[in-house]
Write a protein of this length. Structure first.
Length: 462
């Protein structure tokens, strides 16, 4: 169809607030009304010949192309929504009504700018979604992934990172990032860290663009060398302080963030900070419920859970596994002679040494007092458990310097094998416990502390 066909209607069409667009079979604009300049920033002359899909925000292109194909196959649409990148780099939300003219091989569409309404709706939805994410996310990483998706519905967030700040250690970390932060040059990473540090220090957001660069402090102007123009960094402020920052970087396709985007993200970031703190608190409480506070080892409850799961896997794979039950000989004498603080320190050292004796897939747990259990999964031969027990005896018996004394202590170790000594968790634990006490009765007292061995032995004997 010749574009001159539209000439008689042009003066009427140009009065419409909505934009009229005509796209050919290849997806290029062949006619646009005057309203397009207000909505997209391009004059009609500049838009003619442009490929429609290239103006769409990258995250929306796949579903936009799918919608275009459906329209072309004879299914008109009245309320399709997507986002476009204006000439000035701002992102606008558009609602389309479109149909396909088979005779002319053209797609005729009406575009309405719904940016303000969409942002208001998206803001409310985002705040609710972030609150929900704080409850439904399994861990911090899952929460960051959900936050990325939520913010991606508000702003272009293809390049998105979360920085967390540890005030006690004055450390900045990046537990979540996408699209190449880890592959970025050292200069780019340094620049991003510099921006984050400044935002955390001032508790104020930063929008880094050509027009804002001159207003930045002199020490920040050099970040331009790190190719971080188009960065939007907002602090994660809470009542406790600044716990981190959110970092968005615009795409190379010309999309840019605005002051309004900065205000929008900063408003949302307050809710994000609350969600992160809630998840951190939940993680701490969960850790306290599952791990021993003194040694950091799994506690009795977590051991039972892991033992049951290990038994399920071992039965399925028809394999073997083992439990080692440990008790420290004459540990009470450490508390009596050197004090409970020394006893606690000894338990911490023993816990570390036990972990050095096993594989990553194994579990070392503290049952309470001076009793520990080692869960050995997927062993090939029963001798493997005996060899680990020998290694543990050798490593633990090495002198430990506590309160100015060289303390040597030996464990009693009971071994239970699956399936030889039981097929259920309680059976294996009982057998290993009984085997440990049997060995303990046969053991002589082994305890030395700098020259005071005789005194300690007499106290034990009495």
């Amino acid at each position: 169809m010749n574009t001159k066909t539209y000439a008689p209607l042009a003066k009427f069409i140009d009065q419409l607030l909505d934009a009229i667009c005509v796209v050919d079979a290849k997806g290029s604009f062949i006619f646009v009304s005057a309203a397009c300049e207000r909505i997209f920033g391009y004059t009609p002359k500049e838009m003619i010949g442009k490929v429609m899909l290239e103006m769409v925000v990258p995250e929306d292109r796949e579903r936009t192309l799918q919608a275009a194909n459906e329209i072309k196959s004879g299914h008109p649409t009245l309320d399709f929504e997507n986002r476009y990148i204006r000439k000035d780099g701002r992102v606008v939300h558009i609602m389309w009504s479109a149909r396909w003219s088979e005779a002319d091989q053209l797609r005729i569409a009406v575009a309405r700018d719904i940016t303000e309404r969409k942002q208001a709706e998206s803001m409310q939805a985002a705040l609710y979604a972030i609150s929900e994410a704080a409850h439904t996310a399994e861990d911090l990483l899952s929460l960051f992934q959900l936050i990325h998706q939520i913010i991606g519905k508000l702003l272009s967030a293809t390049h998105f990172s979360v920085a967390m700040y540890d005030e006690n250690n004055d450390q900045l970390s990046f537990p979540y990032y996408t699209r190449g932060y880890d592959e970025a040059s050292e200069l780019q990473q340094t620049a991003v860290r510099t921006l984050c540090a400044e935002v955390i220090r001032t508790r104020q957001p930063l929008l880094l663009g050509p027009e804002s660069l001159a207003s930045l402090p002199e020490e920040l102007r050099s970040v331009n060398e790190g190719n971080v123009m188009g960065c939007l960094v907002v602090p994660l402020n809470s009542h406790k302080g600044t716990i981190g920052a959110l970092i968005l970087k615009s795409n190379s396709d010309g999309a840019r963030y605005t002051e309004k985007d900065k205000e929008l993200l900063q408003f949302v970031s307050t809710q994000v900070a609350t969600a992160i703190e809630r998840k951190q608190l939940h993680a701490r409480l969960k850790h306290m419920a599952q791990y021993d506070g003194l040694t950091g080892l799994p506690n009795r409850g977590l051991l039972y859970d892991r033992l049951k799961m290990a038994l399920t896997r071992t039965r399925r794979e028809q394999g073997q596994m083992s439990l080692l039950y440990l008790d420290l000989n004459n540990f009470k004498q450490v508390n009596d002679s050197l004090g409970h603080v020394a006893g606690d320190e000894l338990l911490q050292v023993i816990a570390n040494r036990l972990q050095q004796c096993v594989r990553d897939l194994d579990t070392v747990a503290r049952m309470g007092g001076d009793e520990f259990v080692v869960l050995l999964e997927n062993i090939e031969l029963p001798e493997h458990a005996s060899n680990v027990a020998k290694k543990i005896r050798s490593v633990i018996s090495q002198p430990i310097k506590i309160e100015g004394c060289n303390v040597c202590i030996l464990p009693s170790i009971g071994i239970a094998l699956y399936p030889d000594h039981g097929e259920e968790a309680h059976q294996l634990l009982r057998h290993a416990d009984e085997a440990m006490y049997s060995e303990k009765k046969n053991n002589d007292s082994h305890f030395f502390a700098n020259g005071s061995y005789d005194r300690i032995r007499m106290e034990s004997a009495s």
